[in-house]
Design a protein around this ligand. Structure first.
Ligand code: LLP
Length: 437
């Protein structure tokens, strides 16, 4: 339990705000963030880079949690953001985020999205494949618009994590293959494009990574590649972008390195490898998503129905579930929950937390020890700040919850709760027989 702070009444607090007061004010289910905790995570990354005295950029992978207020927090911290769709790009724009500090990712960016990125003046486009490279070459040439790009490569290194969130292995939809020399060809094409400025190479090996090894391997592999490119292609990348994926502690069983320990090792490896291979020192970019927001967020639910199957299991149902947190159903992700009225009460039962969706797989937590509970109690599922709201759906036509930011004892609504009217807003009633004629 990483973010369970208590007040004098023993109530769970977030950013100095009593969670029971939040429930009174905003109802449940509710996503709440400790904004100060997000700022601290950003600061911690900055400090590691500063301590090592290297050139760097932190680019928040906004897919982990994208909302206008979050892009504003990133802008206030002076960091960059990654976007992976026209929608994220638009949200950043609405937030007043400096477009020059955006990087645009994706394995199948549409021509419309690429055009939007050029219209907005997005700082860097991370090119994933030959189709995109050709489109972007044509677009930038037509528009005579010099555009910074990086090439994403698939380093052929897989991180030890869930298959669906592991992305760096050779057999992946993302990036130019290294082993078949696709990346060499892409570099040559980018160099030949009159309006593309190839500033660096990107790779991302996966998410929720606990071990250092994969990161060291990509630094080693990329710097070796850069050394060869120097001599063979006269190409000197300025930037090595190692992606994100730094694991976080969801349960007491998780023992990841600190995000900053990953980064410190990546920096030291880059310094060592560039020296050894006679490559000029590189600017290091990271793209943390989860590690900036996961433990800063939690979801508050109200307990309702329960079911006990004697000798088998006890189910406690909450007023949300897979629509606001798909991760347990999708990845068997584990979370821990506490009772908001007093997280320190002794355990008196083992219960599984079920959602309210019409699906047996709609379970948030299996078999957790909890104090005695009754309907109406507020349950806080901790560390849900990453890929919760951003992967939320309207399954079963449930409105998506509101999001509240808390800091220094104050709360602020940053995303409104959806209403029933929002659910039908885009629906169009069936045409009448006359209309069809
Ligand atoms: N950079 C790139 C190119 C990525 O594809 C990702 C995540 C990140 C950075 C950020 O990774 P992070 O630091 O958040 O691990 N929905 C899944 C996670 C999917 C991650 C996809 N890419 C989940 O809920 O676990």
């Amino acid at each position: 339990i990483t973010n369970a702070d208590l007040n004098a009444a023993h109530h769970l607090t977030v950013g100095g705000v009593d969670t029971l007061d939040l429930v009174q004010k905003y109802q449940t289910p509710l996503y709440v963030y400790d904004t100060g905790a997000i700022r601290q995570e950003i600061q911690a990354f900055k400090q590691v880079f500063e301590a090592n005295d290297v050139n760097y950029q932190i680019s928040y992978a906004s897919k982990a949690f994208a909302a206008v207020a979050m892009y504003q927090v990133a802008a206030q911290a002076g960091i960059h953001c990654d976007v992976v769709s026209g929608g994220e790009m638009y949200t950043a724009k609405q937030a007043g985020f400096p477009m020059a500090n955006l990087s645009f990712h994706g394995n199948n960016k549409s021509l419309t999205e690429l055009t939007e990125a050029l219209d907005y003046g997005v700082g860097c486009i991370i090119v994933d494949n030959f189709y995109e490279l050709a489109q972007l070459t044509q677009l930038t040439t037509q528009r005579e618009q010099l555009t910074k790009i990086m090439l994403r490569v698939a380093p052929g290194i897989s991180a030890h994590t869930h298959e669906y969130i592991s992305t760096g292995q050779e057999d992946s939809k993302f990036g130019f293959d290294l082993n078949s020399h696709q990346a060499d060809k892409a570099v040559k094409q980018a160099q030949a494009a009159p309006y593309l400025d190839l500033i660096g190479i990107h790779c991302h090996i996966g998410s929720q990574i606990f071990e250092l090894n994969g990161f060291k391997m990509i630094v080693d592999k990329l710097v070796t590649l850069f050394a060869r490119w120097q001599t063979e292609l006269g190409f000197y990348p300025q930037i090595i972008n190692v992606g994100g994926g730094f694991g976080v502690k969801y349960t007491s069983e998780d023992q990841p390195l600190l995000p900053t320990e990953f980064v410190d090792a990546i920096i030291k490896e880059t310094i060592a490898q560039t020296k050894a291979k006679h490559v000029p020192m590189l600017e290091i970019w990271i793209e943390p998503g989860r590690s900036l927001v996961a433990t800063a967020g939690m979801t508050l639910y109200t307990l309702g129905a329960s079911k006990e199957i004697p000798g088998i299991r006890k189910y406690l149902a909450v007023d949300g579930g897979m629509g606001d947190n798909i991760r347990p159903a999708l990845y068997e992700a584990k979370y821990e929950a506490v009772l908001a009225k007093d997280p320190t009460l002794p355990s008196e039962q083992v219960a599984s937390i079920a959602g309210k969706y019409c699906e047996s797989g709609d379970m948030l937590i299996w078999d957790q020890k909890l104090p005695a509970t009754k309907p109406g109690d507020v349950l806080a599922v901790l560390d849900t700040g990453a890929y919760g709201y951003s992967m939320a759906s309207n399954y079963n036509r449930n409105p998506r919850p509101a999001v509240v930011f808390c800091e220094n004892g104050h709360s602020q609504l940053v995303v409104q709760r959806e209403t029933y009217a929002d659910l039908t807003r885009l629906d169009i009633p069936l045409a009448t027989p006359e209309d069809v004629k």
